[in-house]
Design a protein around this ligand. Sequence first.
Ligand SMILES: Nc1nc2c(c(=O)[nH]1)N[C@H]1C(S)=C(S)[C@@H](COP(=O)(O)OP(=O)(O)OC[C@H]3O[C@@H](n4cnc5c(N)ncnc54)[C@H](O)[C@@H]3O)O[C@H]1N2
Ligand code: MOO
Length: 442
Amino acid sequence: MSSTIWSVDEHLDDILAAVRPLEPIELQLPEAHGCVLVEDVVVEVALPPFDNSSMDGYAVRISDVEGASEEFPAVLTVIGDVAAGDTGLADGRSVGPGEAARIMTGAPLPAGAEAVVPVEWTDGGTGGGPADTMRAHSDAPEGASGEVRVHRPVKARAHVRAKGSDVRPGDVALRAGSVVGPPQIGLLAAIGRSTVKVRPRPRVVVLSTGSELVQPGEELTGGRIYDSNSFALTAAARDAGAIAYRVPAVADDAETLRATIEDQLIRADIVVTTGGVSVGAYDVVKEALSSVSSASLAGGEDEPGGGVDFRKLAMQPGKPQGFGSIGPDHTPLLALPGNPVSSYVSFELFVRPAILTLMGIEDVHRPKVRATLSADGPLTSPPGKRQFLRGTYDAEAGTVTPVGGPGSHLIAALAQADALIVLPEDVTSAEPGADAEVILLR
Ligand SMILES: Nc1nc2c(c(=O)[nH]1)N[C@H]1C(S)=C(S)[C@@H](COP(=O)(O)OP(=O)(O)OC[C@H]3O[C@@H](n4cnc5c(N)ncnc54)[C@H](O)[C@@H]3O)O[C@H]1N2
Ligand code: MOO
Protein backbone atom coordinates (compact mmCIF):
# COMPACT_ATOMS: atom_id res chain seq x y z
CA MET A 1 0.00 0.00 0.00
CA SER A 2 1.57 3.26 -1.06
CA SER A 3 1.68 6.23 1.32
CA THR A 4 -0.38 8.34 -1.10
CA ILE A 5 -3.89 9.12 0.13
CA TRP A 6 -6.45 8.93 -2.66
CA SER A 7 -9.73 10.79 -2.73
CA VAL A 8 -13.07 9.03 -3.05
CA ASP A 9 -13.53 10.57 -6.50
CA GLU A 10 -10.08 9.53 -7.75
CA HIS A 11 -10.71 5.95 -6.68
CA LEU A 12 -14.14 5.85 -8.29
CA ASP A 13 -12.80 7.44 -11.50
CA ASP A 14 -10.07 4.79 -11.70
CA ILE A 15 -12.61 2.01 -11.25
CA LEU A 16 -15.06 3.37 -13.81
CA ALA A 17 -12.27 4.00 -16.32
CA ALA A 18 -11.30 0.33 -16.10
CA VAL A 19 -14.77 -1.22 -16.27
CA ARG A 20 -16.42 -1.62 -19.69
CA PRO A 21 -20.06 -2.47 -20.43
CA LEU A 22 -20.53 -6.19 -21.11
CA GLU A 23 -20.93 -7.41 -24.71
CA PRO A 24 -24.59 -7.50 -25.76
CA ILE A 25 -26.43 -10.77 -26.23
CA GLU A 26 -29.88 -11.77 -27.51
CA LEU A 27 -32.05 -12.77 -24.53
CA GLN A 28 -35.57 -14.15 -24.14
CA LEU A 29 -37.92 -11.56 -22.63
CA PRO A 30 -38.01 -12.92 -19.05
CA GLU A 31 -34.21 -13.01 -18.96
CA ALA A 32 -33.94 -9.49 -20.40
CA HIS A 33 -35.79 -8.06 -17.39
CA GLY A 34 -33.70 -5.31 -15.80
CA CYS A 35 -31.20 -5.21 -18.67
CA VAL A 36 -30.34 -2.29 -20.96
CA LEU A 37 -31.40 -2.50 -24.61
CA VAL A 38 -28.70 -1.97 -27.21
CA GLU A 39 -31.08 -1.83 -30.20
CA ASP A 40 -33.92 0.47 -31.19
CA VAL A 41 -36.91 -1.87 -31.21
CA VAL A 42 -39.01 -1.14 -34.30
CA VAL A 43 -42.66 -2.15 -34.38
CA GLU A 44 -43.72 -4.62 -37.09
CA VAL A 45 -47.39 -5.05 -36.25
CA ALA A 46 -49.86 -2.27 -35.45
CA LEU A 47 -51.22 -2.17 -31.92
CA PRO A 48 -54.10 -2.78 -31.74
CA PRO A 49 -53.74 -4.91 -34.90
CA PHE A 50 -57.41 -4.19 -35.86
CA ASP A 51 -60.29 -1.89 -34.89
CA ASN A 52 -61.86 -3.47 -31.81
CA SER A 53 -64.42 -2.81 -29.13
CA SER A 54 -63.46 -1.31 -25.77
CA MET A 55 -66.77 -2.40 -24.19
CA ASP A 56 -69.12 -5.36 -24.03
CA GLY A 57 -72.18 -4.21 -25.96
CA TYR A 58 -73.70 -3.97 -29.41
CA ALA A 59 -72.02 -3.02 -32.68
CA VAL A 60 -74.39 -0.69 -34.50
CA ARG A 61 -74.78 1.77 -37.36
CA ILE A 62 -75.01 5.29 -35.87
CA SER A 63 -77.98 6.42 -37.97
CA ASP A 64 -80.01 3.54 -36.44
CA VAL A 65 -79.60 4.84 -32.89
CA GLU A 66 -79.86 8.58 -33.55
CA GLY A 67 -82.22 10.19 -31.01
CA ALA A 68 -82.68 6.93 -29.09
CA SER A 69 -83.79 7.24 -25.45
CA GLU A 70 -85.12 4.98 -22.72
CA GLU A 71 -88.64 6.24 -23.50
CA PHE A 72 -88.21 5.86 -27.26
CA PRO A 73 -85.57 3.16 -27.75
CA ALA A 74 -84.14 2.19 -31.12
CA VAL A 75 -85.21 -1.42 -31.65
CA LEU A 76 -82.58 -3.37 -33.61
CA THR A 77 -82.42 -6.96 -34.82
CA VAL A 78 -79.51 -8.86 -33.26
CA ILE A 79 -77.85 -10.93 -35.98
CA GLY A 80 -75.07 -12.67 -34.07
CA ASP A 81 -72.08 -12.46 -31.70
CA VAL A 82 -68.53 -11.28 -32.23
CA ALA A 83 -66.21 -12.51 -29.48
CA ALA A 84 -62.50 -11.74 -28.91
CA GLY A 85 -60.57 -14.01 -31.27
CA ASP A 86 -63.29 -13.97 -33.97
CA THR A 87 -62.48 -12.29 -37.27
CA GLY A 88 -65.99 -10.79 -37.54
CA LEU A 89 -69.56 -12.06 -37.73
CA ALA A 90 -70.12 -15.68 -38.77
CA ASP A 91 -70.21 -16.28 -42.53
CA GLY A 92 -68.66 -12.87 -43.18
CA ARG A 93 -71.96 -11.11 -42.55
CA SER A 94 -72.13 -7.33 -42.13
CA VAL A 95 -74.28 -5.27 -39.80
CA GLY A 96 -77.00 -3.86 -42.07
CA PRO A 97 -79.56 -1.09 -41.47
CA GLY A 98 -81.73 -1.86 -38.43
CA GLU A 99 -79.30 -4.54 -37.28
CA ALA A 100 -76.86 -4.96 -34.39
CA ALA A 101 -74.29 -7.58 -33.36
CA ARG A 102 -73.44 -8.44 -29.77
CA ILE A 103 -69.78 -7.59 -29.37
CA MET A 104 -67.31 -8.35 -26.59
CA THR A 105 -64.38 -6.23 -25.37
CA GLY A 106 -61.39 -6.80 -27.66
CA ALA A 107 -63.47 -8.31 -30.48
CA PRO A 108 -63.03 -6.83 -33.96
CA LEU A 109 -65.63 -4.33 -35.11
CA PRO A 110 -67.71 -6.27 -37.66
CA ALA A 111 -68.16 -4.99 -41.20
CA GLY A 112 -70.99 -2.50 -41.51
CA ALA A 113 -70.88 -1.38 -37.86
CA GLU A 114 -69.69 2.14 -37.04
CA ALA A 115 -69.74 2.25 -33.24
CA VAL A 116 -70.37 0.21 -30.11
CA VAL A 117 -73.18 0.82 -27.63
CA PRO A 118 -72.24 -0.50 -24.16
CA VAL A 119 -74.70 -3.10 -22.86
CA GLU A 120 -75.62 -0.76 -19.96
CA TRP A 121 -77.17 1.65 -22.51
CA THR A 122 -79.53 -1.09 -23.78
CA ASP A 123 -82.04 -3.60 -22.44
CA GLY A 124 -79.49 -6.35 -23.11
CA GLY A 125 -82.04 -8.10 -25.35
CA THR A 126 -84.33 -8.82 -22.39
CA GLY A 127 -87.21 -6.58 -23.40
CA GLY A 128 -86.99 -5.01 -19.90
CA GLY A 129 -85.24 -1.95 -18.45
CA PRO A 130 -81.54 -1.03 -18.74
CA ALA A 131 -79.25 -4.06 -18.47
CA ASP A 132 -76.18 -4.16 -16.27
CA THR A 133 -74.74 -7.27 -17.88
CA MET A 134 -75.06 -9.50 -20.92
CA ARG A 135 -76.46 -12.97 -20.61
CA ALA A 136 -73.65 -15.51 -20.97
CA HIS A 137 -73.60 -17.11 -24.39
CA SER A 138 -73.37 -20.59 -22.90
CA ASP A 139 -76.46 -20.00 -20.72
CA ALA A 140 -78.50 -18.11 -23.31
CA PRO A 141 -77.29 -18.68 -26.88
CA GLU A 142 -80.51 -17.09 -28.06
CA GLY A 143 -79.13 -13.73 -26.80
CA ALA A 144 -77.15 -13.58 -30.03
CA SER A 145 -80.40 -13.24 -31.93
CA GLY A 146 -83.72 -11.50 -31.38
CA GLU A 147 -84.04 -7.83 -30.58
CA VAL A 148 -82.21 -5.24 -28.55
CA ARG A 149 -83.55 -1.90 -27.35
CA VAL A 150 -80.92 0.83 -27.44
CA HIS A 151 -81.51 3.69 -24.99
CA ARG A 152 -78.87 6.20 -26.10
CA PRO A 153 -77.32 7.43 -29.35
CA VAL A 154 -73.60 7.04 -30.02
CA LYS A 155 -71.15 8.96 -32.20
CA ALA A 156 -69.18 7.31 -34.99
CA ARG A 157 -66.27 5.23 -33.62
CA ALA A 158 -67.59 5.46 -30.04
CA HIS A 159 -66.05 2.69 -27.88
CA VAL A 160 -63.89 1.57 -30.78
CA ARG A 161 -60.13 1.29 -30.28
CA ALA A 162 -58.61 2.13 -33.65
CA LYS A 163 -56.05 -0.08 -35.33
CA GLY A 164 -52.59 1.43 -34.70
CA SER A 165 -53.82 3.87 -32.04
CA ASP A 166 -51.12 2.56 -29.66
CA VAL A 167 -48.20 1.98 -32.07
CA ARG A 168 -47.89 1.58 -35.84
CA PRO A 169 -45.49 -0.45 -37.97
CA GLY A 170 -42.23 1.47 -38.29
CA ASP A 171 -42.62 3.23 -34.92
CA VAL A 172 -39.73 2.88 -32.48
CA ALA A 173 -41.28 1.09 -29.51
CA LEU A 174 -38.20 1.35 -27.28
CA ARG A 175 -34.93 3.17 -27.79
CA ALA A 176 -31.47 1.69 -27.30
CA GLY A 177 -30.38 2.56 -23.78
CA SER A 178 -33.80 1.91 -22.22
CA VAL A 179 -33.94 -0.34 -19.20
CA VAL A 180 -36.28 -3.29 -19.79
CA GLY A 181 -38.71 -3.11 -16.86
CA PRO A 182 -42.07 -4.86 -16.53
CA PRO A 183 -44.05 -2.41 -18.74
CA GLN A 184 -41.33 -2.57 -21.42
CA ILE A 185 -41.47 -6.38 -21.35
CA GLY A 186 -45.23 -6.07 -21.78
CA LEU A 187 -44.82 -3.83 -24.80
CA LEU A 188 -42.21 -6.11 -26.39
CA ALA A 189 -44.50 -9.11 -25.95
CA ALA A 190 -47.49 -7.14 -27.27
CA ILE A 191 -45.66 -6.37 -30.50
CA GLY A 192 -44.63 -9.99 -30.84
CA ARG A 193 -40.96 -9.84 -29.86
CA SER A 194 -39.75 -12.96 -28.07
CA THR A 195 -36.10 -11.90 -27.72
CA VAL A 196 -34.19 -8.62 -27.54
CA LYS A 197 -30.56 -7.58 -27.72
CA VAL A 198 -29.39 -6.33 -24.34
CA ARG A 199 -26.32 -6.16 -22.18
CA PRO A 200 -26.56 -9.12 -19.79
CA ARG A 201 -26.68 -8.84 -16.04
CA PRO A 202 -23.12 -8.98 -14.70
CA ARG A 203 -22.12 -12.01 -12.66
CA VAL A 204 -20.69 -10.86 -9.35
CA VAL A 205 -18.80 -13.21 -7.06
CA VAL A 206 -18.80 -12.06 -3.43
CA LEU A 207 -16.27 -13.60 -1.14
CA SER A 208 -15.51 -12.73 2.46
CA THR A 209 -12.27 -13.55 4.19
CA GLY A 210 -11.40 -14.11 7.82
CA SER A 211 -10.63 -17.15 9.96
CA GLU A 212 -13.00 -15.74 12.59
CA LEU A 213 -16.05 -16.08 10.35
CA VAL A 214 -18.81 -18.59 11.01
CA GLN A 215 -21.75 -19.24 8.73
CA PRO A 216 -25.07 -18.08 10.29
CA GLY A 217 -26.97 -21.05 11.68
CA GLU A 218 -23.81 -22.73 12.92
CA GLU A 219 -22.51 -22.65 16.48
CA LEU A 220 -20.56 -19.57 17.51
CA THR A 221 -17.47 -20.55 19.48
CA GLY A 222 -15.04 -18.30 21.37
CA GLY A 223 -13.53 -15.40 19.45
CA ARG A 224 -15.57 -16.00 16.33
CA ILE A 225 -18.34 -13.96 14.68
CA TYR A 226 -20.96 -14.64 12.06
CA ASP A 227 -20.12 -13.76 8.48
CA SER A 228 -22.49 -10.93 7.62
CA ASN A 229 -20.61 -9.12 4.85
CA SER A 230 -20.90 -11.81 2.21
CA PHE A 231 -24.66 -11.97 2.77
CA ALA A 232 -25.16 -8.20 2.76
CA LEU A 233 -23.01 -7.63 -0.31
CA THR A 234 -24.52 -10.51 -2.28
CA ALA A 235 -27.93 -8.98 -1.60
CA ALA A 236 -26.62 -5.54 -2.54
CA ALA A 237 -25.21 -6.91 -5.81
CA ARG A 238 -28.59 -8.48 -6.65
CA ASP A 239 -30.29 -5.27 -5.71
CA ALA A 240 -28.07 -3.43 -8.17
CA GLY A 241 -29.18 -5.82 -10.94
CA ALA A 242 -26.37 -8.38 -10.93
CA ILE A 243 -26.47 -12.15 -10.80
CA ALA A 244 -24.65 -12.62 -7.52
CA TYR A 245 -22.82 -15.66 -6.20
CA ARG A 246 -21.83 -15.82 -2.53
CA VAL A 247 -18.77 -17.85 -1.68
CA PRO A 248 -18.56 -19.17 1.90
CA ALA A 249 -15.96 -17.30 3.96
CA VAL A 250 -12.36 -18.15 3.20
CA ALA A 251 -9.88 -18.52 6.07
CA ASP A 252 -6.86 -16.21 6.35
CA ASP A 253 -4.55 -18.22 4.14
CA ALA A 254 -3.16 -16.62 0.98
CA GLU A 255 -2.83 -19.86 -0.99
CA THR A 256 -6.39 -20.96 -0.23
CA LEU A 257 -7.68 -17.52 -1.12
CA ARG A 258 -5.79 -17.42 -4.42
CA ALA A 259 -7.04 -20.89 -5.33
CA THR A 260 -10.62 -19.99 -4.37
CA ILE A 261 -10.59 -16.81 -6.46
CA GLU A 262 -9.04 -18.70 -9.40
CA ASP A 263 -11.88 -21.25 -9.22
CA GLN A 264 -14.47 -18.48 -9.17
CA LEU A 265 -13.15 -16.56 -12.18
CA ILE A 266 -15.03 -18.82 -14.59
CA ARG A 267 -18.36 -17.37 -13.43
CA ALA A 268 -17.32 -13.81 -12.60
CA ASP A 269 -17.61 -10.55 -14.49
CA ILE A 270 -16.44 -8.88 -11.30
CA VAL A 271 -15.07 -10.20 -8.01
CA VAL A 272 -15.72 -8.50 -4.67
CA THR A 273 -13.83 -9.49 -1.54
CA THR A 274 -14.21 -8.20 2.01
CA GLY A 275 -11.66 -8.11 4.80
CA GLY A 276 -7.92 -8.54 4.86
CA VAL A 277 -6.97 -5.25 3.25
CA SER A 278 -5.64 -3.35 6.23
CA VAL A 279 -2.19 -3.40 7.77
CA GLY A 280 -2.46 -6.40 10.10
CA ALA A 281 -0.31 -9.50 10.08
CA TYR A 282 -3.21 -11.62 8.82
CA ASP A 283 -4.46 -9.32 6.07
CA VAL A 284 -4.70 -12.10 3.55
CA VAL A 285 -6.35 -10.39 0.58
CA LYS A 286 -3.53 -7.92 0.36
CA GLU A 287 -1.00 -10.69 0.74
CA ALA A 288 -2.61 -12.87 -1.92
CA LEU A 289 -3.42 -10.21 -4.50
CA SER A 290 -0.88 -7.38 -4.32
CA SER A 291 0.60 -7.04 -7.80
CA VAL A 292 4.00 -8.27 -6.68
CA SER A 293 2.77 -11.48 -5.11
CA SER A 294 0.04 -12.58 -7.47
CA ALA A 295 1.85 -13.65 -10.63
CA SER A 296 -0.50 -16.59 -11.14
CA LEU A 297 -3.57 -14.38 -11.06
CA ALA A 298 -2.14 -11.33 -12.76
CA GLY A 299 -3.14 -12.39 -16.24
CA GLY A 300 0.24 -12.62 -17.95
CA GLU A 301 3.28 -10.41 -17.63
CA ASP A 302 2.99 -8.86 -21.09
CA GLU A 303 -0.57 -7.78 -20.63
CA PRO A 304 -1.29 -4.51 -18.94
CA GLY A 305 -3.78 -4.17 -16.11
CA GLY A 306 -3.01 -7.34 -14.20
CA GLY A 307 -2.70 -7.10 -10.43
CA VAL A 308 -4.50 -5.39 -7.64
CA ASP A 309 -3.49 -2.07 -6.17
CA PHE A 310 -4.09 -1.46 -2.46
CA ARG A 311 -4.73 2.11 -1.38
CA LYS A 312 -5.70 4.33 1.48
CA LEU A 313 -8.63 6.60 0.74
CA ALA A 314 -9.50 9.90 2.40
CA MET A 315 -12.81 8.56 3.62
CA GLN A 316 -14.41 7.17 6.75
CA PRO A 317 -15.50 4.43 6.85
CA GLY A 318 -13.74 2.63 4.03
CA LYS A 319 -10.15 3.81 4.27
CA PRO A 320 -8.34 0.70 3.00
CA GLN A 321 -9.37 -0.41 -0.49
CA GLY A 322 -8.01 -2.60 -3.24
CA PHE A 323 -8.80 -2.45 -6.92
CA GLY A 324 -7.40 -4.06 -10.04
CA SER A 325 -7.91 -6.92 -12.40
CA ILE A 326 -7.04 -10.58 -12.19
CA GLY A 327 -6.85 -13.71 -14.30
CA PRO A 328 -6.59 -14.24 -18.04
CA ASP A 329 -9.65 -12.08 -18.79
CA HIS A 330 -8.50 -9.25 -16.54
CA THR A 331 -11.63 -9.64 -14.43
CA PRO A 332 -12.12 -6.52 -12.29
CA LEU A 333 -11.67 -7.14 -8.57
CA LEU A 334 -12.63 -4.80 -5.76
CA ALA A 335 -11.21 -5.63 -2.35
CA LEU A 336 -13.33 -3.94 0.32
CA PRO A 337 -12.46 -3.51 4.00
CA GLY A 338 -13.82 -6.05 6.45
CA ASN A 339 -15.69 -3.87 8.91
CA PRO A 340 -19.36 -4.45 8.06
CA VAL A 341 -20.35 -0.80 7.63
CA SER A 342 -17.12 -0.07 5.75
CA SER A 343 -17.77 -2.89 3.31
CA TYR A 344 -21.36 -1.82 2.73
CA VAL A 345 -20.53 1.86 2.26
CA SER A 346 -17.66 0.88 -0.06
CA PHE A 347 -20.04 -1.29 -2.05
CA GLU A 348 -22.46 1.60 -2.42
CA LEU A 349 -19.75 4.03 -3.49
CA PHE A 350 -17.61 1.83 -5.72
CA VAL A 351 -19.08 -1.60 -6.54
CA ARG A 352 -22.61 -0.51 -7.35
CA PRO A 353 -21.47 2.06 -9.94
CA ALA A 354 -19.15 -0.60 -11.41
CA ILE A 355 -22.04 -3.08 -11.72
CA LEU A 356 -24.27 -0.46 -13.33
CA THR A 357 -21.45 0.42 -15.76
CA LEU A 358 -21.10 -3.25 -16.75
CA MET A 359 -24.85 -3.26 -17.38
CA GLY A 360 -24.55 -0.24 -19.67
CA ILE A 361 -26.63 2.02 -17.42
CA GLU A 362 -25.87 5.71 -17.99
CA ASP A 363 -26.48 7.17 -14.56
CA VAL A 364 -24.61 4.97 -12.13
CA HIS A 365 -25.11 7.12 -9.05
CA ARG A 366 -27.66 6.98 -6.27
CA PRO A 367 -29.84 10.08 -6.03
CA LYS A 368 -28.39 12.88 -3.92
CA VAL A 369 -30.38 15.55 -2.10
CA ARG A 370 -29.67 18.41 0.30
CA ALA A 371 -31.28 18.15 3.72
CA THR A 372 -31.25 19.93 7.07
CA LEU A 373 -29.32 18.08 9.76
CA SER A 374 -31.53 17.08 12.65
CA ALA A 375 -29.37 15.96 15.58
CA ASP A 376 -29.08 16.39 19.34
CA GLY A 377 -25.63 17.93 19.08
CA PRO A 378 -22.89 18.73 16.57
CA LEU A 379 -21.55 15.91 14.36
CA THR A 380 -17.82 15.58 14.09
CA SER A 381 -15.76 14.35 11.18
CA PRO A 382 -12.01 13.64 10.90
CA PRO A 383 -10.13 16.42 9.09
CA GLY A 384 -9.22 15.69 5.47
CA LYS A 385 -11.65 12.76 5.20
CA ARG A 386 -15.02 12.50 3.57
CA GLN A 387 -17.27 10.98 6.18
CA PHE A 388 -20.34 8.92 5.38
CA LEU A 389 -22.64 8.76 8.40
CA ARG A 390 -25.73 6.61 8.37
CA GLY A 391 -29.01 8.44 8.63
CA THR A 392 -32.74 8.46 8.08
CA TYR A 393 -34.10 10.91 5.56
CA ASP A 394 -37.50 12.57 5.94
CA ALA A 395 -38.46 13.85 2.50
CA GLU A 396 -41.49 15.76 3.76
CA ALA A 397 -39.59 17.68 6.42
CA GLY A 398 -36.44 17.88 4.29
CA THR A 399 -34.36 16.64 7.23
CA VAL A 400 -31.83 13.91 7.83
CA THR A 401 -31.12 12.39 11.24
CA PRO A 402 -28.04 10.32 12.05
CA VAL A 403 -28.57 6.78 13.36
CA GLY A 404 -25.86 5.25 15.51
CA GLY A 405 -22.39 6.72 15.64
CA PRO A 406 -19.57 6.72 13.12
CA GLY A 407 -18.26 3.27 14.26
CA SER A 408 -17.86 0.96 11.29
CA HIS A 409 -18.99 -2.09 13.30
CA LEU A 410 -22.52 -0.71 13.92
CA ILE A 411 -24.62 -3.06 11.79
CA ALA A 412 -27.91 -2.50 13.63
CA ALA A 413 -27.82 1.25 12.96
CA LEU A 414 -27.00 0.57 9.32
CA ALA A 415 -30.07 -1.64 9.12
CA GLN A 416 -32.22 1.31 10.26
CA ALA A 417 -30.70 3.81 7.86
CA ASP A 418 -32.00 4.74 4.45
CA ALA A 419 -29.42 7.39 3.64
CA LEU A 420 -25.78 8.37 3.99
CA ILE A 421 -24.97 11.81 5.35
CA VAL A 422 -21.88 13.16 3.59
CA LEU A 423 -19.54 15.41 5.56
CA PRO A 424 -16.90 16.71 3.13
CA GLU A 425 -13.14 16.63 3.63
CA ASP A 426 -12.96 20.25 4.86
CA VAL A 427 -15.74 19.83 7.44
CA THR A 428 -14.77 18.75 10.95
CA SER A 429 -18.02 19.68 12.68
CA ALA A 430 -21.62 20.09 11.54
CA GLU A 431 -24.20 21.77 13.77
CA PRO A 432 -27.87 20.74 13.96
CA GLY A 433 -29.76 22.85 11.42
CA ALA A 434 -26.86 22.84 8.96
CA ASP A 435 -27.40 21.94 5.33
CA ALA A 436 -25.89 18.58 4.35
CA GLU A 437 -25.52 16.41 1.28
CA VAL A 438 -27.44 13.14 1.56
CA ILE A 439 -27.13 10.02 -0.59
CA LEU A 440 -30.43 8.16 -0.72
CA LEU A 441 -29.99 4.41 -0.41
CA ARG A 442 -33.52 3.44 -1.45
N1 LIG B 1 -3.26 -0.43 12.68
C1 LIG B 1 -4.29 -0.23 11.90
N2 LIG B 1 -5.39 -0.99 12.05
C2 LIG B 1 -6.43 -0.78 11.27
C3 LIG B 1 -6.42 0.23 10.31
C4 LIG B 1 -5.26 1.01 10.17
O1 LIG B 1 -5.18 1.91 9.33
N3 LIG B 1 -4.24 0.73 10.98
N4 LIG B 1 -7.55 0.45 9.57
C5 LIG B 1 -8.79 0.09 10.19
C6 LIG B 1 -9.86 0.24 9.27
S1 LIG B 1 -10.34 1.80 8.93
C7 LIG B 1 -10.53 -0.81 8.75
S2 LIG B 1 -11.88 -0.55 7.77
C8 LIG B 1 -10.17 -2.18 9.02
C9 LIG B 1 -10.09 -2.95 7.71
O2 LIG B 1 -9.57 -4.16 7.99
P1 LIG B 1 -9.56 -5.38 7.02
O3 LIG B 1 -10.17 -5.05 5.73
O4 LIG B 1 -8.23 -5.94 7.02
O5 LIG B 1 -10.63 -6.31 7.69
P2 LIG B 1 -10.44 -7.41 8.80
O6 LIG B 1 -9.29 -7.05 9.64
O7 LIG B 1 -10.48 -8.71 8.13
O8 LIG B 1 -11.78 -7.18 9.61
C10 LIG B 1 -12.10 -5.96 10.21
C11 LIG B 1 -13.28 -6.18 11.16
O9 LIG B 1 -14.41 -6.58 10.43
C12 LIG B 1 -14.87 -7.87 10.84
N5 LIG B 1 -15.27 -8.63 9.67
C13 LIG B 1 -14.48 -8.98 8.66
N6 LIG B 1 -15.16 -9.69 7.75
C14 LIG B 1 -16.41 -9.80 8.19
C15 LIG B 1 -17.57 -10.43 7.70
N7 LIG B 1 -17.56 -11.09 6.52
N8 LIG B 1 -18.71 -10.34 8.40
C16 LIG B 1 -18.73 -9.65 9.58
N9 LIG B 1 -17.64 -9.02 10.09
C17 LIG B 1 -16.50 -9.10 9.43
C18 LIG B 1 -13.66 -8.49 11.49
O10 LIG B 1 -13.98 -9.50 12.38
C19 LIG B 1 -13.01 -7.28 12.14
O11 LIG B 1 -13.67 -6.98 13.35
O12 LIG B 1 -8.93 -2.24 9.66
C20 LIG B 1 -8.78 -1.33 10.76
N10 LIG B 1 -7.55 -1.58 11.42
O1 MOO C 1 -12.12 3.23 7.35
MO1 MOO C 1 -12.56 1.78 8.31
O2 MOO C 1 -13.38 1.42 6.89
O3 MOO C 1 -13.47 2.93 9.30
O4 MOO C 1 -13.62 0.90 9.43
